[in-house]
Design a protein around this ligand. Structure first.
Ligand code: HEM
Length: 216
């Protein structure tokens, strides 16, 4: 009975986040179009034919978008307390899938970042973003291996905030396009803006959630 009321409480908390979850699910299936639609879609429209016929770039691109999509799709489930209470084994399984997907997707960033639109500014924005994403995820994994639950929670909040960068990018980009009417400039800004404000929000969440008393 106790567990049921905790479960209901956590479900109602999830309902508050419903619009965000909806956007997360929508963007997590966005990569599907690159498999289903023939011809140039999304960012491919602005890529040169030489790059599009480069199988190394294509491999890393598809690795990035596929595993990134899965990480985004499953990651939010880890924050539902009711689900953790219901089955820790499920939490661990999803966690392993999430961590592996992030590493593979971030590995993809490490290659396709060199060919990103927007030159050096976008290159640095995406590369640093990819590194922060991989680093926070590795920390989240290592801390739980050592049984440091609070630190694990903290790192995973940062990790998923980075992952949600795929969603915030697609909110900021059209707004920046309207404001600047310049795709390259907007893309340079968004390569940073997609994730940096998310980290700030994650910091506030961590500060509010994890009080100094609870820190190890
Ligand atoms: C911090 C995390 C991430 C970084 C740094 C990052 C970086 C990048 C980079 C560098 C590109 C290539 C841009 C270009 O060639 O101009 C790209 C494209 C793409 N990424 Fe990510 N990415 C991240 C997370 C994700 C996630 C979680 C998804 C899952 C949906 C995702 C899906 C895509 C898609 C679908 C594209 C194709 C671009 C488009 O048409 O909109 N990315 N990303």
């Amino acid at each position: 009975m106790m567990m049921n009321s905790a479960f209901i409480k956590s479900i109602s908390k999830t309902l508050v986040y419903l619009p965000l979850i909806f956007l997360i699910l929508l963007i997590s299936i966005y990569p599907l179009q690159f498999f289903l639609v023939e011809g140039k879609v999304g960012i491919l429209q602005v890529k040169s034919d030489a790059l599009l016929s480069d199988w190394v770039w294509k491999t890393f691109f598809y690795i990035h978008i596929s595993f990134g999509g899965v990480a985004l799709m499953v990651g939010w489930l880890q924050f539902i307390q009711g689900l953790r209470n219901y089955s820790m084994r499920l939490h661990r399984t999803i966690g392993i899938v999430y961590v592996l997907c992030v590493w593979l997707s971030a590995l993809g960033v490490g290659y396709i970042g060199f060919f990103a639109e927007g030159g050096l500014i976008a290159f640095l924005g995406f590369m640093i973003g990819g590194l922060v994403w991989a680093f926070t995820t590795i920390q989240g994994y290592l801390t739980i291996c050592k049984g440091r639950v609070i630190a694990h929670q903290k790192w995973m909040i940062y990790s998923y905030a980075m992952c949600v960068g795929a969603v915030t990018l697609r909110i900021w980009l059209p707004l920046l396009m309207v404001a600047t009417n310049d795709f390259t400039f907007s893309y340079q800004i968004v390569s940073w803006m997609a994730w940096a404000p998310n980290l700030a929000v994650a910091y506030l969440i961590v500060k509010r959630k994890i009080t100094p008393v609870a820190l190890p």
